[in-house]
Design a protein around this ligand. Structure first.
Ligand code: HEC
Ligand code: HEC
Length: 241
């Protein structure tokens, strides 16, 4: 069954984690082995075994995202700040400790990015996307995306996710969700403020620009202390160092 060393390592890791956690009552009753692998089986059906994301671009990648970011997102779904009924349902029975473990597992996975299929947009729109990412738009009071997501756009530890490698459909859906209030973060919600300031055509522009960029070999979130000290807006989900 173990076909690759990485899978073997993974199973070993899961067994090691298992030894340090208690078995929930439902797992005992059903005689299901209580391994982390077992617990994340519900997650991997949508997010992929190593969190590489679904084929359709809709079920997002989790692999390699900052650990505290992933944990916070789970709390956001569970506590109703972020709406997606299936996610809320699967997270509802999980304890905070389990969620932290699951966040750690996905944050430490490093797997290839899926091939993306960005829509073909005009050069003018892609230029507008690049302008928002690199410089922002002072006339709309929008800071550059890179001021918070990092110059390399790979995010910053421990709270800010990277934006490279994400599919067009996921980025645009998240920005729309912030605009219509189905995704919120702890106040002050800087991403909501930014999303509502964007003009409607800015969302496809910026999402397509991200989706057309190559992911650098060093795709890991940068150590974020310096960046977090000089964010251009306050973000409730980012703790200042
Ligand atoms: C039915 C498919 C499905 C299942 C099962 C599922 N997810 Fe998700 N998950 C999604 C979708 C779709 C989103 C994005 C929702 C949105 O648009 O906000 C998401 C978002 C997330 C995010 C936020 C990602 C980000 O970058 O912001 C995390 C973290 C997450 N899921 C963890 C889990 C965990 C842990 C489990 C298992 C306990 C799980 N998911 C089970 C479909 C699923
Ligand atoms: C002031 C800082 C700041 C700026 C500027 C900023 N972001 Fe963000 N962004 C954040 C934070 C913080 C999060 C995590 C929010 C949360 O906890 O849900 C985030 C999350 C996101 C996500 C969700 C990623 C995922 O994996 O689900 C997207 C998409 C995003 N930002 C796009 C953008 C774009 C596009 C721009 C530029 C137009 C931008 N951001 C500018 C701080 C910022």
């Amino acid at each position: 069954m173990l076909r690759t060393p990485s899978l073997a390592f993974c199973v070993w890791l899961l067994a090691a984690v298992q030894a340090s956690v208690s078995v929930p009552a439902y797992a005992q009753a059903a005689q299901v082995p209580d391994t982390l692998k077992q617990r994340i089986a519900a997650c991997t059906s949508c997010h992929g075994e190593h969190g590489e994301g679904g084929h359709d671009g809709f079920n997002p990648r989790l692999a390699g995202k900052p650990e505290r970011y992933l944990y916070q997102q789970m709390l956001d779904f569970r506590d109703g700040r972020r709406e997606y009924p299936l996610m809320e349902y699967v997270l509802h029975p999980l304890s905070d400790a389990y969620m932290r473990e699951i966040a750690h597992y996905f944050a430490t996975q490093h797997v290839q990015y899926r091939q993306r299929h960005p829509p073909i947009l005009t050069q003018a729109l892609l230029d507008r996307g690049q302008q928002l990412v690199r410089k922002g738009d002072p006339s709309l009071r929008i800071p550059a995306c890179q001021a918070c997501h990092g110059k390399r756009l790979t995010g910053a530890q421990p709270d800010i996710p990277g934006l490279l490698g994400l599919p067009f459909s996921y980025i645009s859906a998240q920005l729309e969700s912030w605009r219509n209030g189905t995704r919120t973060a702890r106040a002050p919600d800087c991403m909501r403020a930014i999303a509502v300031r964007l003009r409607p055509r800015d969302i496809p522009a910026v999402s397509a620009w991200f989706a057309t960029q190559a992911v650098p070999h060093q795709d890991v979130p940068a150590p974020g202390d310096a960046l977090r000290q000089r964010l251009p807006m306050k973000c409730g989900s980012v703790e200042r160092p």
